[in-house]
Design a protein around this ligand. Structure first.
Ligand SMILES: Nc1ncnc2c1ncn2[C@@H]1O[C@H](COP(=O)(O)OP(=O)(O)OP(=O)(O)O)[C@@H](O)[C@H]1O
Ligand SMILES: [Mg+2]
Length: 234
């Protein structure tokens, strides 16, 4: 099954900046795909399109073989875990505990079930001690850990992570890698960390500074200096 079918996608922001162009790709279930490209090459734009959060300006997108419309929106929210590049775009509840409980409660878990659910990941990511704090009073890395725990705890069928390891210390990075190795669904990640890619993915999409696909391949693509230089990430 194709989890994403993108056909000739273009996205232009309201201020007329080009976000991405000429993007066509099918992503199959259980693929572990990484988007690599220089700053501004369109990674975050694409991830928001793959999550159904924004609609392309032109071209076609299907997610889980469904069109992006109001009727399908609840299905996408239930089955897609999305980590924003900037944690502040995500965290809005009064305390960390409320933040962690928010989506499980929305999805119909009882309070007791939701509390049990959040406990495992809170211990794993070392954030239980932060339960009472307002998210905006956390450090950058702590915010990211809370946001990650929120996204990962529901074990979504499609996991989309925008730079999950930026701002993150070594111990937490290792935990994220271990978690992603175990994760069995479909994964789409953007990152600037080539070593991280090698550990967790099996397919690489290189984006050019012109905001289109430069090359698609396996992780052996990461050994090809010419392509990495053309993508301006080396
Ligand atoms: N909200 C916005 N309004 C206008 N232009 C935007 C907006 N967000 C991004 N852009 C522009 O769209 C292009 C693609 O940006 P995008 O955020 O997708 O890049 P990226 O590959 O994720 O970069 P980074 O590595 O810095 O995260 C850039 O030229 C950027 O300036
Ligand atoms: Mg980005």
């Amino acid at each position: 099954m194709n989890i994403i079918e993108a056909s000739n996608i273009k996205y232009v922001y309201p201020d007329k900046t080009l976000g991405v162009k000429n993007f066509s790709l099918d992503i199959q279930e259980f693929e572990r795909l990484v988007l690599l490209g220089s700053n501004g090459s369109g990674k975050s734009t694409l991830l928001k399109i793959f999550a159904g959060l924004v609609k392309p300006t032109s071209g076609d997108i299907k997610i889980f073989e469904k069109r992006v419309n109001r009727d399908n929106y609840p299905y996408f929210r239930k089955n897609i875990g999305f980590l924003f590049q900037n944690s502040d775009d995500f965290l809005f509840n009064p305390t960390v505990e409320d933040e962690l409980l928010y989506t499980p409660l929305q999805l119909g878990f009882s309070t007791e079930e939701a509390k049990n659910l959040i406990l495992e990941n809170s211990n794993y990511f070392g954030i239980k001690k932060l339960y009472e704090k307002p998210p905006f009073r956390l450090s950058g890395g702590e915010k990211k850990r809370v946001a990650l725990a929120c996204v990962l705890q529901l074990n979504p069928r499609l996991l989309i992570l925008d730079e999950p390891t930026s701002n993150i210390d070594g111990k937490t990075r290792k935990k994220i890698i271990d978690f992603l190795k175990e994760y069995e669904g479909t994964m789409i990640i953007s990152t600037h960390e080539i070593d991280f890619v090698k550990k967790i993915s099996n397919k690489v999409v290189l984006l050019s500074p012109e905001k289109e696909i430069l090359k698609i391949g396996g992780i052996e693509l990461l050994e090809d200096k010419n392509y990495l230089e053309d993508a301006e990430i080396l």
